[in-house]
Structures are given as C-alpha cells and as structure tokens.
Design a protein around this ligand. Structure first.
Ligand SMILES: *Cc1c(COP(=O)(O)O)cnc(C)c1O
Length: 743
C-alpha cells in the first residue's frame, strides 16, 4: 500500500509530538488492523499477471452483461476487445469486426494511415441496420404463417428516431424488397421521407403523422401526385376539413387514416401519451364525426387506415395484446360503418432490452423479443377480426427504437481519473498540523490515536470526522494554514483507507458531453450499456463514475445498468490516459442509435461526434470505412448560436496584427521587416483559424505533436497537417481549411 507507506515515512521523519509517536513512527499501528481487501489494495499491491491469472474475457462478458444486452451483435474476442458481429446470428467467424481496430483507423493521424478524426466518435454499422430490418420482417412473416393470417406485414420506419441521411436511405434500400416504408411527423421529415422513398418500393407506405397545417397536408397530397403511397393520418379532428378542401383543390384522392386514442394505458415512463387523457389521437366520438363528415363529402372510401400508438418501450406483450385488441375492435367498427379499411398501424413501442434483464417492470427493459412481439400483434388482430368476420388487414408497425438502436456505437475516451488519490502528507504539513491544533482538535487527535490502537473502527471514523470538522472551522477562522488543512485531509483519508471504510469509487474524466451525446440519460434517466471496448482480458481493478467535459454538475454518469452506481474499470495506463499520456482508454456506449443523436443539443457548445460508416468486408481486417465525417467544429457550434465565426476570426486577426506589431516595437525584437511580420501574423492567423476549425473536444496529447513552428512566436500546432499549413503559409489551399484561414 504505497500511499500508506508514504505517509508513514513522512511521519517518521519529523520529530514526533506527544501522542503522535505511536501513530506515525510505529508501523504496527496499521498492521495491527486486519485491512479488508479493497479494490485499491488489490491493484496496487499485486502484479498485473497475478491480477489477471483468474480472469478471462468471458469474465468480462458476464461482468458487463455483454451477452445479455449485446447478443447477437456484440461480444468479446480473444484479444479482449469488443467485436461486432455485423450480420447478427448469421455472422461467420471471419466476418467479426474488432471495434478497437475501427477506432484506431478512424482516429490515427492521416500520416499514419488513419482518418485523422477526433473523438468522440459514432461508429455506424449499416450491416446491423440491415439485419434489424430483416429480422423484424422475418418475425412478422413467421407469425403470419404460423397463425394462418391472411394478409401481409408492411412496416414503416419513423424517421424521428434517427434522421441521418444514410440511416434513412439504408432502411429504404434494405426494406425495398418487402415494401418497407417511412413515417414522418413534421414537414421537414415529410420532405426527407418523400425524397428517400423515390428510390424505394412504390407500394411502401409513407405515413404522415403529427399535427398538420395546410402546407403539411398539401405536401402529403403532392406526394400522391408523385406516385408515393402517402397516408394522411388525422391527429386532430380539424385536420379533416383541410384535407377535404385541399384534395378537391389539387384534385388528388387522398388516402386517410385516423389516429385513435385508446383506453389501454401503458404505465411506464413512455406511457404518458397513452390512455384516455393521452396527448394524441381522436376519441371515439371524434372518430364517429370524422366518418360522418367523410360520408357527406363522398370520401368514405378514402379512409383506409387505423393508427394508434400505445407509447414507446411497451413493457409486456400482455399490454401490447390488450391495446392491439382494442384497436382491432375499432378497426372492425370502421369496416362496419362503411370505410374502405385496409391497414392497421400499431405504431411504435417495440422495446429494447437495454440492460439485458428481460424485466417487465422496468423502463429500460422489456420482457419479450421481436418474435414474441410479432406473435402478440398478429394473434390479437386475428382473434378480433375472425370473430367479426372481417378480412384480415395489412399490419403496419412504426418501430423506430427497435430498428436503429443497435446500429451505432458511441466511442469516447477516459483521459484522467481521480478520487482516492489521497493527499500525501509532507513533513512540513505534519509539523504544521500538530503545531496548529487547538485544544479540542488536539483532544480529538489523541482520541483518534487511542481508538486506532484498540482497533475500534467506528470510533476511529468518528474522531477522524470530528477532527476534520474542527480543523475546517479553524481554517475558516484563519487560525489554520492551507498546508495543515491538506494534512488533515491526508490523515483522515489514511485512517478510513486503513480500516477499509474509504470510498473506492474513482471519477474518470471522459472526453464527451453527456448533454450532447446521451441526452436521455440527463433528461429522463435512461440507461445505456457502457463498457470499455478493449482490455477485457484484464480484470478491471477499480470502480468509477464518468464525469464529462461540461461545466455542469449534471454532466456525469453515475448510474449504470444492473442498478449499479459505479462501473468496473481498468486503471489508466501511463500518465493517465489521453490528454497528457499515451495509454488510451476507450469506452463504448451501446444501443444508443435511436433518439440520442437527434435530441442532443450544444450545451457548453460541445457539438456532436465524428462519424464513420463501417461495412463488413472480406479483407484482412474484415471491415471497410465507407464514409468519415468529422464532428461539428467550434465554428459550426458557434454558428448554431448565431455567432459569425468568420467575423470573429477577422476581429481576432486584426487584433493580433495590431498587438504583434506593437510587441515587436516595444520589445525591440525583430528586425521590423515586413517579411518577418507577414510570416508571424500568418502563423498566428493560421493557429487561430485552426481553433475555429477543430472540434470542441479535447485533443489527446499523443495525437498532438505540440511542435513549435520555427519563427512562429511560439505558437503550437496540433497535428502535422496544421503544422505544415502554418509553415507553408503562402500556399496551402487545403479544402479542409477555410479559404480565409491563410490570408
Ligand atoms: C415516436 C413514435 C414512434 C416510434 O416509437 P418507438 O418506440 O421508437 O418504436 C412511432 N410512432 C409514433 C406516432 C411515434 O410518436
């Protein structure tokens, strides 16, 4: 236990005051106490080999529950890294992708064959997306076959779950063979869905949900003119008048759906939109009025779809079947009333088991899989329709979360850790400490010593605490110096550690903004599996919480799946990870492909992550990066807040010109030649421009050569490209650089 040894050494070196002798000089003081095995002592006293002797990658897999939440897409490979199985259960061994290799490829400097992207990084896996869409389709195909259901399944993807162009385009492409469509809830979403579906199957549904104005409705009607299969789902009764009026005006026969407000209520976090008091949909009275109004307008044949949405993360198939059954009754009633019904759209809610617990009573878990979900839906509809002798409708779902959650992984880095790094008592500190004690503190100190000798742990803690409080009071009064205060902290830490009462949880600082990248953790307490993506062959020796870069006390992650308030982590290697050291430590947040990217804001002006799109390919590393996009730069995030980075840059550049000139003059430095000024100012301007150009996140020292350019007034450049740009100020028309960077 080096910390202890260190303190004891320091203590032994000073002339011990009365009472202190036993405490400090006698090393039996602590050895008398049977020290409980804490994580701390484990790691610091045992060699790495011994620590790992009873540890294997399968221990890590079960510790982090990877097989529970990650199957069939994520597992641990023999190198101790997370590997991606891009085709799910059908993945062949040689197709597995080592996630660490992707991260290295993305983040290594361009000069080293990498893509030079900054972290945090989103790794997007189109193969996984394809597997999800196909698995959902097969689950319904199977349920339909097994139940002798007489119509097909035809799903749509709600684009709000992840609007990324490539995600939406991929889903349309992968689902084209089975008429997979899209759902939109606003005008820009509709525009994006329309343009994507131009490349899709002509039968694919384009479901238009959300509150609508005349412009939205016109757009949905235009979609039909463009031979896209748009369905206007009435969310409010007033929308109907607009639909009737506008469709007559543009001479388009609309396909209309109604969103029903069900009585079935889902009680989880996401259930507040459901039930009679829910925010959305038409009541039975309103649905009846809609039917009447359509009949009067001679348009009852246009009403073809019934939509409902119980809420996201539907916890059980029992609740699902209940809601679907209720909706199927409404569907049959609409048939009876003469509507030309064809489709029942069961909305979203197909859940994700984020912690792998298969629990029915948790917001982050669900007690079913794709297959059970599909069976419950098909059986509930079939049961109701058969009893009413109604032709089986086409079944549509708007499953968002279930399609996109698995396909992306957020990778970020821990760059330092702190927590039980107890302040070491210096000799001087100790001397001050004892000298500076008032009468009461002195008594506490003697009591503490005595209790320690008797091995009375409770009393030890009590006296240590009292001593600390008194010293803080003395400090506030001004009668105790800062060194003494630090020494008291060290002493109390030493005591609690020696008797095994210290909190072994470390704080790992991560190069991330929780608000930007994991908004649902901050906003609604949603948990995602977070796991180191490498070193899984080693026993994680400590526990930690994750603290982000933002200046906000909410910017930390201290709740993890499995009800844990800390995460098992490996000790940072070298000089503590990224910013100053070279032992990189990468963590991955999984299952965050839905909602997180769309919701993230720019708190503290941290923008989004870099993104790579990674396909499985049959090469030596079994993957190919097909797209690499750096995350938003400082300029990009400033622009979001209406700043004008170009003007800001000009202002700073002019100021630099002004002050550099003055500097030279005042200090008598430089030969004052225009040439010299020119080079210096250009280098300075270039470094300023680079700051606008870079992402807001920390740049790891190991990827940052910190090279001082010759003759540059001591400005530093953070990678080779920038360095070259700075030196080569005259030329340099790099596409990546701003044209005005190099004035
Ligand atoms: C959000 C939403 C969805 C998607 O829900 P998931 O739970 O992600 O599948 C589907 N339909 C509507 C109307 C929604 O509001």
């Amino acid at each position: 236990m080096p910390a202890l040894a260190c303190c004891v050494d320091a203590a032994a070196a000073v002339a011990p005051p009365p009472g202190y002798a036993t405490f400090a000089g006698d090393s039996s003081f602590f050895s008398a106490i049977p020290t409980p095995q804490t994580h701390t002592s484990d790691v610091t006293t045992t060699s790495v080999a011994a620590v790992n002797s009873h540890w294997s990658t399968s221990h890590s897999a079960s510790l982090y529950k990877i097989d529970r939440w990650g199957a069939p897409y994520f597992s641990v490979n023999s190198s101790g890294n997370i590997c991606v199985r891009p085709h799910g259960a059908e993945t062949l061994p040689h197709q597995e992708i080592d996630l660490l290799k992707i991260v290295k490829k993305a983040s290594d400097p361009k000069s080293g064959g990498g893509l030079g992207l900054q972290l945090p990084l989103v790794v997007r896996l189109p193969d996984v997306l394809k597997n999800r869409v196909e698995s959902l389709q097969s689950a319904f195909d199977f349920a339909i076959q097994a139940n002798g259901y007489q119509a097909r399944y035809q799903g749509v993807y709600p684009v709000k779950c992840n609007h990324d162009r490539f995600v939406v385009e991929d889903i349309v492409r992968f689902g084209s063979a089975f008429r997979f469509g899209l759902e939109a809830g606003s005008k820009p979403e509709l525009l994006l869905a329309m343009s994507c579906l131009c490349k899709g199957n002509p039968d694919s549904l384009l479901i238009c949900n959300g509150f609508k104005d005349a412009e939205y409705i016109s757009l949905a009607l235009v979609a039909r003119k463009l031979a896209l299969n748009s369905v206007i789902v009435l969310e409010q009764e007033e929308e109907l008048d607009l639909v009737i009026e506008l469709s007559n005006k543009v001479n388009v026969r609309p396909v209309i759906g109604v969103r029903a407000k069900l009585r079935t209520k889902h009680s989880g976090h996401f259930g507040s939109t459901s039930g009679e008091k829910g925010k959305f949909g038409l009541t039975t009275t309103q649905i009846l009025r809609v039917v009447k109004r359509l009949e009067q307008a001679g348009m009852l044949d246009c009403l073809q779809l019934l939509h409902f949405h119980i809420g996201s993360q539907i916890p059980t198939t029992a609740l699902l079947a209940d809601g679907v059954g209720e909706a199927a009754q409404i569907y049959c009633e609409l048939v009876r009333l003469g509507a030309n019904m064809k489709v029942i759209d069961t909305g979203g809610g197909l859940g994700i088991d984020y912690d792998g617990s298969k629990a029915a009573d948790s917001d982050i878990s669900v007690a079913y899989g794709l297959e059970e979900y599909a069976l419950a839906v098909v059986q509930a509809i079939r049961f109701v329709c058969d009893r009413k002798s109604v032709k089986h409708p086409v079944i549509c779902t708007e499953s968002g979360r279930a399609i996109v959650s698995h396909h992306s992984i957020l990778i970020f880095e821990a760059f330092s850790s702190g927590g039980y790094d107890s302040p070491v008592m210096s000799q001087a500190g100790l001397q001050y400490l004892v000298d500076g004690f008032g009468e009461e503190a002195g008594a506490d100190y003697r009591n503490l010593t005595a209790a320690t000798m008797r091995g009375e742990y409770e009393a030890c803690l009590l006296y240590a605490d009292q001593l600390k409080q008194r010293c803080v009071e003395q400090f506030k009064e001004g009668s105790l110096g800062i060194e003494q205060l630090a020494a008291v902290d060290g002493l109390c830490d030493l005591v609690s550690k020696a008797i095994g009462a210290s909190d072994p949880v470390l704080t790992y600082h991560v190069n991330l903004s929780v608000f930007t990248s994991i908004p649902d953790f901050w906003g609604i307490g949603q948990l995602f599996p977070i796991v180191p993506i490498h070193r899984l062959g080693q026993r994680p020796g400590v526990r930690g919480i994750l603290s982000d870069l933002t200046c906000d006390s909410d910017g930390k992650i201290d709740k993890f799946i499995g009800g844990e308030s800390s995460l098992p982590l490996h000790e940072l290697e070298g000089n503590g990870g990224g910013v100053s050291g070279n032992g990189r430590y990468y963590l991955g947040m999984f299952l965050g492909g839905a909602y997180e990217e769309a919701l993230g804001g720019v708190h503290n002006l941290f923008g989004g992550p870099s993104i790579v799109r990674v396909l499985q390919s049959d090469g030596p590393h079994s993957f190919a990066v097909t797209l690499a996009v750096p995350g938003p730069s400082c300029a990009d995030v400033l622009r979001v807040m209406q700043h004008e980075p170009e003007l800001m840059f000009e202002t700073l550049k002019h100021r630099a010109e002004e002050f550099c000139r003055q500097d030279d003059h005042d200090c008598g430095r430089g030969d004052g030649s225009n040439d010299d000024h020119g080079v210096k100012n250009a280098a300075l301007a270039s470094s300023l421009a680079q700051s606008f150009h870079n992402m807001p996140y920390l740049v790891a020292a190991s990827s940052c050569s910190l090279t001082a350019a010759i003759n540059n007034n001591g400005f530093y450049y953070c990678n080779e490209d920038d360095y070259n740009a700075a030196v080569d100020t005259a030329a340099g028309d790099d596409e990546q650089q701003w044209s005005y960077c190099i004035a």
